[in-house]
Design a protein around this ligand. Sequence first.
Ligand code: PEP
Ligand code: MG
Length: 571
Amino acid sequence: MRFDGVGISPGISNSMIYKFEKAVFQTDGKLVADVTVEINRFRAALDESLVEIEKIRNNIVKAHHPSEGAIFDAHIEILKDPVIIEQTEEIINVEKLNAERAYETVMNKYISMFDEMDDSYMRERATDLKDIKERVIGHLLGRKGYMNISFNEEVIIAAHDLTPSDTAQLDRNLVKGIVTEIGGRTSHSAIIARSLGIPYVVVSGNFIYYCKTGDEVILNGDEGSVILNPSDEDLDEYFIKKKEFAERRKLLESLKDSESETRDGFKVKISGNIGSIDDLDSVLENGGEGIGLYRTEFLFMNRKSCPDEDEQFETYREVLEKMDGRPVVIRTLDVGGDKKIDYIDIGEEMNPFLGNRAIRLCLDEEDMFKCQVRALIRASIHGNLKIMFPMIATIDEFRKAKAVFSQCRDSLVSEGCKINEDIEVGMMVEIPSAAILAHKFAKEADFFSIGTNDLIQYTFAADRMNEKVSYLYQPLNPSLLILIKNIIDAAKKEGKHVGMCGEMASNKYAVPLLIGLGLDEFSMSSSRIFETREIIGRLNQKEMKKLVEKALEMSTCDEVVELVAKNNIEQ
Ligand code: PEP
Ligand code: MG
């Protein structure tokens, strides 16, 4: 029986199902005689939960996944949240209700608040709250060792839902895959599964109802499919695919140290996108030639205050030193939209993606902006730094941002600080107004990086977080290709470097066209580097120039995809 769903962590595997059905705790709302005893019982449960979460966090950090460890730092903060504790204790005090029911009442209120949010990222945070709620109530009910998935052979875990702490405790040597009915690409469980290298598929259609522990299953995290009790033919096909997968991976790895070049000698750079220093090793292991985008906002998130100049300087220095002279494009803070930081009050906005975000917010919060720019300039002598401003819509904004850069540079020089005199200052082209006026921007910016994730959302007026309008994510639509051509041509005319750091840079149909358009740099998540280098190596730029001309004559995205596929670009 085949179930189709969404692949959220890649890889294929075949094993026995271990069906994980978590005990659902039933809390009885009983009255208590002594509220002090009850409050102490509640606090003891919080303490025990804290010890457990700290243990999970330390284990995952020890296993070299520090950024996933941060997920559990957030759990610890929720556990210690004074408002939640105060509200629970008030219910115990006033209503004389037992701790488990009081805590459940408070947590359920916050869980439904998150559950009802439009933003899918925020909705998935409800899972984190449920995770903590169940852990604490488990302790109150005397259930020690919250997670008790235990097996000593290879399995594929099947569950209705897996919390981040369930996922973090999985033994990557035994767990060959995960299937759940709930979850999304940006859920913390998905992030953890990807970093543990465990293939993961989310399927609906009552998979959990049909399967039982011991059933055989084939899971394909690339396609997003699961086959329950596969036939001999399914298994034959699986073994062929697995072999092909391994051979292809080996072939791609052989490209690690080679240049990125077309058959007719058009050389480009393939670099990596990173969100933190922890992602650097993976870029280097996958043959990244530089960093095309460092999203610094993650350094500012999940904390109580802004990182100060010295902390930022140390981080940027470390990144630059590790990249050992390879170019590193560091983007200044891009918060707002779906990325929130607690200590900056942006206020309620009707349309956060069209609101006070990125460079707009930085120009508004000038001290914070200056602090980052100073830290960057100070770090410049430790490597090959390029600074990039996000979400530039007008020439005035770019000039203002550059003025802040010049002021910071001049004051650092007068303070006697050693800096690199020739730091390139560029911009993301991700708003249609900038794409249209690229010929003017190209005279003032040292380089461009095309941010297609936002450029597509704004060109098609389709919120990138809203699944209902995801059909409008059309990187191959001629309207977008015309904008991209305009940007690349403008940069070339002024002799400026032009890269792309949005998802489109590794789209197998887009890459041939971008080669035809003359893009200099393709920046992407490290797992896409080998594949893209291999595609580029098969192309001939002269032919791709002709292909682009034809693509620009098309009317729809599908027509362009068909054109590229027909020209044998697809393997
Ligand atoms: C983009 O918009 O394409 C981009 C790379 O930036 P982000 O995804 O961080 O908005
Ligand atoms: Mg963007």
